[in-house]
Design a protein around this ligand. Sequence first.
Ligand code: GTA
Length: 330
Amino acid sequence: RGSRGARGSGGARGVRGEPGGQGGAQGGDEAALTVGFDLRGFRVERILQDSARSKTVFIHGQIADDGAEAKDVVIILEKTPFQTETLSLLLNKDADLRLHVKNDIYSTYSLYPPPTLNEIKTTVVYPATEKHITKYLRQEVYLVHESEDDYKTITAPYLESKAFSIQWVYNILEKKAEADQIVYENPDAQNGFLLIPDLKWNQKQLDDLYLVAICHRRGIKSLRDLTSEHLPLLQNILQEGQEAISERYKVKGNQLRIYLHYQPSYYHLHVHFTALSYDAPGSSVEHAHLLSSVIENLQIDPKYYQKHTLVFALKADNPLLQRFKQTRKM
Ligand code: GTA
């Protein structure tokens, strides 16, 4: 499986126009060496979900700090895509290749690469809340048709009390976290935004390119809040986001999937930018709304997203699904 190296094509790991520059704990190997996560006292509680296809496992664990009460942690392990430029280090005369089966011209092996070529991308949520644990737990999913009235009477009141904290978003906007990762910023308080690599991308190859644009303006919770008043902001994100990605990563706008989630997990308006060829989690039709279509819908009808029924999927034990069920006697 071929990969275009992100560094070779513009410096995915460079920040603010520095190809190959040092990232934070997310992107730079040196930083990763020094800013470790202490796994002492870690024990696995259960596997929340795993996928042989995406080579990902979501683990619920607990960490007991010397004598203190154990706290929940979610750890996501994901095998990373191959990088073209390191293949010659994998396949050479020193390769530790151990035979499984040989038959005529066909043979299979286990290849044991050096540790530096055997990275497992690891995401840690600590301390994790019950909501994080259920977010990652594999469950049956159900479609919900949310009318204008349902949003006002069921969803909005639920969000007021139960949404995930968006402290991480404010940390990014206030440059208290990931500041060295910023790819592009339009600083305008009303119509500006910040473009930053998503937590799900290790920035080492472009195959799974994933960035997120976060608007500066506060109080726009989601797609539901958007009106024609927000068109300048959305157009800036679409236009300037594509330009910034083209300049930094040499990936053109027509090879990007640019969309909003509904429902999102985090209710501060943000837009996902992923490589079109990448089957990104959350890019299915019941979850993703293309930004270009959102803009056009708002141009046709300024209140489109207030008036229309929006359809999305919720997991079986999502409390919002329970509220819809109680109201509808589903
Ligand atoms: N740069 O601190 C952060 C940060 N956080 C906390 C979240 N994001 C962050 N980015 C930076 N720094 O794309 C990113 C998320 C996500 C976006 C929020 O912000 O990675 P959303 O509000 O629409 O949330 O987007 P949503 O819909 O839940 O999306 P998310 O988190 O992508 O989850 C969708 C599905 O993807 C999950 O159910 C799960 O199956 C899968 N998934 C989530 N995380 C991972 C992962 N690390 N690896 C593989 N699959 C994952």
